[in-house]
Design a binder for this molecule. Structure first.
Ligand code: KIV
Length: 258
């Protein structure tokens, strides 16, 4: 399937039997395993900066880093749609946004993701007009963590609720095939999911009951497999303890040499 058909297939999953699954991957073996497991989308997220490269946030990630890791992921994937994340300062103008998107596609991405709502429309249109599928990213925007002084839940005030809703409609209108909604209040995620015709992919948008509010979910792989124990977001639910297993195996190996 080509990139367009893959993106269309994701859009058509809205309202279907299965929720859309998305996980991040940054390297060949992880991407290959996730693809073999049957995940719908693999995001080469700029969370790379934190969970692989050891930076405090995503603002240190460059396009060069993203293309390097996107290429590694692409070598391991046969089926899933691969999303290349556009790093901070790589989409300041429509022309720069298009060049960045093309570089990620050249590295092996099927689609690209960039953060923001209404202020990014021109850039999103430039990328889509050039034939590259775009997934929006709306709500809490990790690339703005320094300006905002932390990761804060969005949509709590009436003004913010309406602005995010309006932005989601604008992203759909611009031609995004789906939208990632990050850390917005559950009522807003539910409303956007109900009113948009494209799928919403949530992260940190569920109420404490765990009730689903989006058409799909995306998670950072280290949060799912427990490979980055030093910071686990409050909404993350590790399904295994890879960090613990690595430590045990390393200790057994070290012990075998004594
Ligand atoms: O970079 C990333 O992993 C992301 C997800 C949190 C959606 O953008």
């Amino acid at each position: 399937m080509n990139a367009h058909d893959k993106a269309k297939a994701i859009t058509s999953m809205k309202g279907g039997k299965h929720r859309i699954s998305a996980l991040t991957a940054y390297d060949y073996p992880t991407a290959r395993i996730l693809d073999e497991a049957g995940v719908d989308m693999i995001l080469v997220g700029d969370s790379l900066g934190m969970v692989v490269l050891g930076f405090p946030d995503t603002t240190h990630v460059t396009l060069e880093m993203m293309t390097h890791h996107t290429a590694a992921v692409a070598r391991g994937v046969n089926k899933a749609l691969i999303i290349g994340d556009m790093p901070i300062n790589s989409y300041d103008t429509p022309a720069q946004a298009l060049a960045t998107a093309q570089a990620l596609v050249q590295a092996g991405a099927d689609a690209v993701k960039l953060e923001g709502g209404i202020r990014q429309l021109e850039k999103i249109r430039a990328i889509i007009e050039a034939g590259i599928p775009v997934i929006g990213h709306h709500g809490m925007l990790p690339q703005r963590v320094l300006e905002e002084g932390g990761y804060k839940k969005k949509g709590k005030t009436k003004e913010e609720f309406s602005a995010i809703l309006e932005g989601a409609f604008a992203l759909q209108e611009a031609g995004c095939f789906a939208i990632v909604l990050e850390s917005i209040v559950p009522e807003l995620a539910e409303k956007i999911t109900a009113e948009l015709t494209i799928p919403t992919i949530g992260i940190g948008c569920k109420p404490p009951s765990g009730k689903q509010t989006c058409d799909g979910e995306v998670a950072v792989i280290s949060d799912v497999i427990g490979s980055y124990p030093w910071f686990v977001p409050p909404f993350a639910k590790p399904h295994t303890d890879v960090a613990g297993e690595i430590k045990k195996a390393a200790q057994l190996y070290i012990g075998s040499l004594r």
